[in-house]
Design a protein. Sequence first.
Length: 268
Amino acid sequence: SHQVGLAAIAEAKGLHAQRVTWVHHWTADLFSFRIERPQSFRFASGEFIMIGLPGADGRPVMRAYSIASPAWEDHLEFFSVKVAHGALTSRLQHLEVGDLVLLGRKPTGTLVVDALEPGERLIMVGTGTGLAPFLSVLRDPETHERFEHIVVSHTVRQKEELAYREFLEDEIRTDEIFGELLRDRFTYYPTVTRGEFHRQGRITDRIRDGLFRQDLNLTTDARQTSRFMICGSIAFNKEMVEILTGWGLTEGTQSNPGQFVVERAFVG
Ligand code: A2P
């Protein structure tokens, strides 16, 4: 059967074969899914991993996915676009609970708190599925030890694409572990660029126009005490890096921490 084939391919290629435990469709073009986390699988919040399915020729078709779940959960969660003719997402979108997927063995990535110098606040700015790694970082206790304030900004075209909105607006505030921790310390900052919403416009424009700073009650001095994680399209990342370097901030790495880190949202 298909599943036996997948397990054999995983074995041959040194990949994990993991069972799907949950699937949620946000819109016609966006969905999330969870798989069981192998006991041996460890990652740093904000990292990505290869996910895939066997192709028609039996070879794995793998794509990078940011892990959206916190490192302490016993599942791994992913947030994906559905690309009609995408080699992988055209098939992944049909996943059902109980199906198997291929999972890589080596998580990696730049959006990790270790690549940032200490600061007062962590501002995570993403577009589309670029939100995913921030959902992991936000629920890592380490993040809360290092930063007094945490901001998650999510820009999408239409408000229906604000996946995880209920979670970020309400659920996390009443969460057993994070509710207390995040009270008065966490700001969710959604913006919509092509539809009705209470906050409109590209986040890059809102930052340049000073609206973002005003909404958060920050002075321009806060630039020097803020640390940034950026994740979205190539064009978006480029604009954000221009803004941040224009303020005199520098990109960090694990071996040489700085004031911001950047990664492109992968699939799509
Ligand atoms: P816009 O609607 O003005 O293009 P996409 O779906 O194309 O990946 O875009 C996701 C969100 O990111 C959209 O709201 C889009 O705004 C925004 N966006 C795209 N490119 C940029 C950019 N260069 N700077 C800021 N925001 C961008």
